[in-house]
Design a binder for this molecule. Structure first.
Ligand code: GUN
Length: 292
């Protein structure tokens, strides 16, 4: 059994990006600049955005955090997005999700300039990805593909079962895994809350990508021997005995399923760190396009 060490691979990617930053500086060129817009004070979002900004600093990117109050109007947020679209110093930016309920998420994501959409959430980028055209690929599925590629996990002709059809993970990873090319060529089943007899699918799967958000959902009796497990679930379980008051766990009962798996991502330290690394990679790609 091999652990797919997202922490290690994400550090490798960040080291590679740091070298590219040094090269840009040596040539007197501008370094990549990532901005993040956070509305409100959701605990998990604060952690993610803080981590993104810290990672930028570490590798020599410029970063800007725009933290707006919970009661920010949709109009103000759209104005902020417009400012970022026009600001030529910013190569890419993200609007951290979820947004407060009074703001129409779709409207905001549609307003992001596709050339600065390093999250890959704009329909233009999503459509290009689905059509095998060059685009910004959403960071989490991009990170999963990179993890599989760097560990030489065979995907061609394999049956990949994706659990969850979210726009951020399930839907895009189902597209990427079925594409032509390296680390793809998989036969994909996209399962979800209305799937009948999910266990029948997971028991047949060569690769399982679980993006459900239900702690310890996937057990050993639901998988076959030698399965590759990608656990995208990140759930905060309240626990008073811990300093932070919670612990992080995935969709997969790791101790149970790892007995049968050939490869498995841990939580934390699997897909999570890859997401940040690929966001940074997208920002470097954006910089390259803007300087061209
Ligand atoms: N919320 C959860 N994941 C993400 C992500 O990848 N990007 C943004 N912007 N918000 C998120």
């Amino acid at each position: 059994m091999e652990i797919l060490d997202g922490k290690k691979i994400s550090n490798d990617i960040k080291d590679e990006l740091a070298i590219q930053v040094t090269e840009l500086k040596e040539r007197g060129e501008k370094v990549p600049h990532l901005a993040a817009v956070l509305v409100g004070n959701d605990g998990a979002s604060l952690t993610y955005v803080g981590s993104k900004v810290r990672s930028c600093k570490k590798i020599g990117f410029e970063s800007t955090l725009i933290h707006l109050p919970e009661d920010t109007t949709e109009e103000t947020l759209l104005q902020q997005v417009d400012d970022l679209n026009k600001n030529t110093d910013i190569d890419g930016y993200i609007v951290q999700l979820p947004l407060p309920k009074h703001i129409d998420e779709e409207k905001v994501l549609m307003a992001v300039d596709p050339d600065k959409d390093v999250d890959g959430f704009h329909p233009t980028n999503f459509g290009k990805m689905a059509l095998d055209m060059e685009s910004f690929v959403p960071a989490t599925p991009f990170g999963i593909m990179e993890l599989l590629r760097r560990y030489d996990v065979e995907t061609e002709g394999k049956h990949t079962v994706v659990i969850g059809r979210s726009h951020i993970v399930g839907r895009p990873i189902s597209i990427l895994m079925s594409q032509k090319g390296k680390a793809a060529n998989s036969t994909v089943s996209l399962t979800h809350s209305r799937t009948k007899d999910l266990k029948k699918f997971t028991q047949e799967a060569d690769i399982i990508v679980s993006a459900l958000g239900v702690p310890d959902f996937l057990k050993a009796d639901m998988v076959k021997e030698g399965v590759v497990i990608i656990d995208v679930g990140i759930t905060r379980v309240p626990d008073e005995s811990r300093e932070r008051g919670y612990y992080i766990t995935g969709d997969v009962d790791f101790a149970d399923v790892s007995k049968k798996a050939s490869h498995i991502t841990p939580v934390p330290g699997g897909v999570g760190p890859m997401t940040i690394a690929m966001l940074l990679k997208n920002t470097m790609i954006a910089r390259g396009r803007h300087s061209a």
